[in-house]
Each structure stands twice: as structure tokens, then as C-alpha cells.
Design a protein around this ligand. Structure first.
Ligand code: FDA
Length: 391
């Protein structure tokens, strides 16, 4: 039976990074994965340009049942540490917005950098994982390529999002098998879907984007909202999807920082003959302003004919739009999986299971989920480095 010091399950962001960190400790490392090639999610991330970190990384940008858990790893491997590696590899990058760093070129440059960093480790792709057990001296891992005996195992097989490119959720099965607790999982950073009634508004507006603010369940985001054929998407919706629970109504401000009712009243005093829709079009994209006016029966209406109550109704519709999603697009399109391995059962400094020495969990499978904007990769790097140094 093949013997290794450290076997890393999963050649995604966390697994590849962990291999590089562990090699620096002089360990014999093997990484295995059932996919065709390493770093499949890195390849498709950030629209193909990989939003590889965020300069504003801080524990409060992550959701977890224990909000303090991520602080240790994040403070010991920071966004600047990763940027230093990117610079050393000669990868050109830019800050897009809100601290989000993207490659100027292809996302695969990041995978290349991670592979170079783990040069010396074994990489076994297209190798399916069948079973993991402990034989009293170490871990026996059955794979499609044979059985491997490892002194230590790092589970970096990610969450359940995007099964089409290899996500399986096997990390949760391994954790449960070794007696670790799980926090219920669900799709996050995902477009929300709506019933026919709301879709009647959304569909004709597909492609229209507007800056919006949503506060819900402790989250508060101001960013682009995009109307689609299936409902609503765009960064502000993806962000709030991590805080939304089925059955809850969202209140959306389509003109944050502006009091639409007050603006319409002022406009009525200045140019009463103007159509309500064109006055509203000063604050919103014209197609959205027209759709709202149609929906509320103001299609041809002039400002001068509207009493305060009607202008206030339009203001409320824009500043406090109530929307009740019926669900989300689910793991098929979700960027991440919320929940996962309960952090109470992991050591925050090393990511090692408290009750199973030698077994580590890193990356997305852990109950630590970042906001949109490079935070999830930063968690992958930081948790991987913590485990790689400790293993
Ligand atoms: P990851 O999913 O990367 O890797 C897990 C690996 O385990 C995979 O290679 C998989 O094949 C393998 N595996 C799973 N089950 C297995 C089994 N049974 N046997 C063997 N191997 C198995 N984040 C961010 O910060 N910035 C961004 O720009 C984006 N963009 C983005 C776009 C899209 C479309 C998605 C879906 C996601 C993002 N993300 C992101 C999120 C980011 O991709 C994610 O948080 C990290 O990839 C998580 O890294 P992990 O290594 O934990 O899992």
C-alpha cells in the first residue's frame, strides 16, 4: 500500500494552496481529485478573471454559526500575503470595486501559480474517492487508483455548489462518519426566483440594471440589481441570498439615498405638465420607471393631477419595494454553500478536527461563508495555509 505523510482530498483552491504550504514543512504530500483538471472553479470564477481576494477582508465579511472562528486563520494569512504571491508570479491584476482584486488576464494564471507553488507534491487527477477510515495508525483511503495510507488527511472537497463541474458534498459525509457535527447547508450567493406575478414585471425588464440597497436578516448591501427572465440577480441579490430564508419577504430600495416621493412632489411644483414616468425616469432607468408607472396605473398620468398620497405610493413602491422570492436557483448556479462542518468541532488555529487527530477540513466545506467579492477565495487560502503549516 502506498504511504504518504499528508493526503489532500480535492485539488480546488484550498487543496492546491494547502499542498504548497505543507511542502514548505518538508512533508510528502499527495493531492487527489476526481475532476479532469485542477482548479475547475478557479477557472470559471470572476467571469473567467478570478476575483482572487478582497483588500477589505475581515471576519465580519463571513457568515458562520461562530462568527469569531475565521479570525485566527484570516489574521495569519492575509489578503496582502496572497497579493505578494500573485505579484511574485508576475500576474497582473486590478482592483475592480470595493477592494475586489481580479486578474487582468485569465483566471487559470492563478491555478498555474498554485501548481508551481506545490511543485514536488504528487497530483492525481481523475481519481475518485471511495472511502476513508482510520486503522489505528493513520488513514486508509480507498480510491479508484488504489489504496493510500496517510498519516494525515486534509479534506478540501468543497461544498455542493455546481455539481456539473465536480461538487459532491462528500466532505460532509466524511465529517459525519468521524462524528463531527454539521450546520445545515443551503445554496448561497445565488439568484432568487419569483412567482408568476413578480415575473410579469421582471421578464420584460430582463437586462435592466439599477443600483439598489437591501437590508435583511443582519445583512445590508448596496450594489447592482439585475432583472432577468427568471427573477432578480446581480451582486446585491447574490449577497442578500446568503441572509434570506424561504418564506421571507425582502424590502428593496431601488433608489438608495433618494426620497422619491419628495422628489416627485418638488417636480410637480416645477413642471406639473410632465408625465409621472418621465419624472421618475430621472431617478431610475427609463424602462424601469415606465414599468412601475404602468403597473400602478400611471401610464399617461401627469404630475399636476396627482395628489400627495399617489406620489407617496410611487415613492414607497420605489424606496420600499416588497418582494417575496419563492426560492433560489439552488446549487446548480450558487457560487457557494452556506453552512457545513460545524466549527465547534475544529481547532481555529489548525483546522484540525478536535476529536480526530490528523484529520483536517478546509475551504468551502467548513461552516464559514464569505460575502461576494473575493472573500471565499481568501478563506480558502487562509484556512489552507493554517492546515498546511500544522499538518
Ligand atoms: P473547490 O470547489 O474549489 O474544490 C473542491 C475540489 O474537490 C474540486 O476540484 C472537486 O472536483 C473535488 N471533489 C469534490 N468531490 C470529490 C470527490 N468525491 N472525489 C474527489 N474529488 C472531489 N470566490 C471568490 O472568492 N471569488 C470569485 O471570483 C468567485 N467566483 C466564483 C464563480 C463561480 C461560478 C462559483 C461556482 C464560485 C465562485 N467563487 C468565487 C467561490 C469559490 O470558487 C469557492 O469558494 C472556492 O472554490 C472554494 O474552494 P475549495 O477548494 O474549498 O472548493
Amino acid at each position: 500500500m502506498e504511504q504518504v505523510d499528508l493526503l489532500i482530498l480535492g485539488a480546488g483552491a484550498a487543496g492546491l494552496f494547502c499542498a504548497g504550504s505543507a511542502l514548505r514543512q518538508g512533508r510528502r504530500v499527495v493531492v487527489l481529485d476526481h475532476a479532469q483538471g485542477p482548479g475547475e472553479k478557479i477557472r470559471i470564477s470572476g467571469g473567467g478573471r478570478c476575483n482572487f481576494t478582497n483588500l477589505a477582508t475581515a471576519p465580519d465579511r463571513f457568515l458562520s454559526r461562530n462568527p469569531r472562528f475565521a479570525a485566527s486563520a484570516l489574521s495569519r494569512f492575509t489578503a496582502s500575503d496572497f497579493v505578494r504571491l500573485v505579484d511574485r508570479a508576475g500576474i497582473v491584476w486590478h482592483e475592480k470595486t470595493q477592494g475586489q482584486l481580479f486578474c487582468d488576464g485569465k483566471a487559470t494564471q492563478i491555478t498555474r501559480m498554485l501548481l508551481d507553488r506545490m511543485d514536488g507534491a504528487g497530483l492525481r487527477m481523475q481519481t475518485a474517492l471511495h472511502a476513508v477510515r482510520h486503522d489505528g495508525t493513520g488513514f486508509v483511503v480507498e480510491t479508484s487508483g488504489g489504496t493510500i495510507h496517510a498519516a494525515q488527511v486534509v479534506v478540501a472537497t468543497g461544498g455542493k455548489s455546481i455539481p456539473k463541474i465536480g461538487a459532491t458534498g462528500i466532505a460532509y459525509d466524511i465529517a459525519a462518519q468521524f462524528g463531527l457535527r454539521l450546520v445545515e447547508t443551503r445554496a448561497a450567493l445565488v439568484p432568487l426566483t419569483f412567482a408568476e406575478q413578480e415575473l410579469a414585471l421582471c421578464r420584460p425588464l430582463a437586462g435592466v440594471s439599477v443600483e439598489a440597497e437591501i437590508r435583511h436578516g443582519g445583512g445590508r448591501f448596496r450594489d447592482a440589481l439585475l432583472f432577468t427572465h427568471r427573477g432578480l440577480s446581480g451582486p446585491v441579490i447574490l449577497q442578500i441570498s446568503s441572509y434570506w430564508q424561504p418564506g421571507e419577504t425582502l424590502q428593496i430600495d431601488l433608489a438608495p439615498g433618494r426620497d422619491i416621493a419628495a422628489e416627485l412632489k418638488t417636480a410637480r411644483g416645477q413642471s406639473g405638465r410632465a408625465a409621472v414616468a418621465s419624472a421618475l425616469g430621472r431617478a431610475l432607468p427609463a424602462r424601469l420607471a415606465a414599468a412601475i408607472c404602468d403597473e400602478m396605473g400611471f401610464t399617461q398620468a401627469r404630475l399636476a393631477d396627482q395628489p400627495n398620497a399617489r406620489l407617496e405610493a410611487i415613492g414607497a413602491r420605489v424606496n420600499h419595494w416588497q418582494m417575496r422570492p419563492v426560492g433560489s436557483e439552488g446549487y446548480r448556479t450558487a457560487e457557494v454553500t452556506l453552512g457545513g462542518i460545524d466549527t465547534r468541532d475544529l481547532d481555529a488555529r489548525t483546522m484540525q478536527a478536535r476529536t480526530v487527530p490528523g484529520l483536517f477540513f478546509i475551504g468551502e466545506c467548513v461552516d464559514v461563508t464569505g460575502w461576494l467579492g473575493g472573500y471565499n477565495f481568501q478563506w480558502a487560502w487562509a484556512s489552507a495555509d493554517a492546515a498546511g503549516r500544522a499538518a
